[in-house]
Write a protein that binds this ligand. Structure first.
Ligand SMILES: [Zn+2]
Length: 107
């Protein structure tokens, strides 16, 4: 945060303030700060969401395969079980979130 001088009353004000606290004059941010401000994020398109859904279902499918493999292998491979559980939980959550976002985007 940079301090700057109000062009109306000469008081030191924050460059992040919308207006001077002393006189209420609008504050113009320095050109460098104005450029640094990022535009608001655009919502993902339906095409993007469909791609996310495909990835989410793929993660879920991989988790299912890993779970079946871990179940088949009775050697007690904790890492395999952990990865299978992680992929299943992440896949389920990601799929549900993407389905809701897709449903909301189509409305
Ligand atoms: Zn002022």
């Amino acid at each position: 945060m940079a301090m700057m001088t109000c062009s109306e009353c000469g008081r030191a004000v924050s460059s992040k303030a919308a207006a001077c606290v002393g006189c209420g004059a609008p504050i113009e941010p320095p050109a460098g700060l104005a450029m640094a401000r990022t535009p608001p994020p655009t919502p993902p398109s339906v095409r993007d969401l469909r791609r996310h859904l495909a990835l989410a279902v793929a993660a879920l499918f991989l988790g299912l395969i890993a779970a079946l493999a871990a179940d088949h292998d009775r050697s007690g491979d904790r890492l395999g079980q952990f990865i299978a559980a992680l992929l299943l939980i992440a896949g389920i959550c990601w799929t549900l979130v993407t389905l809701v976002r897709l449903w909301a985007a189509k409305r």
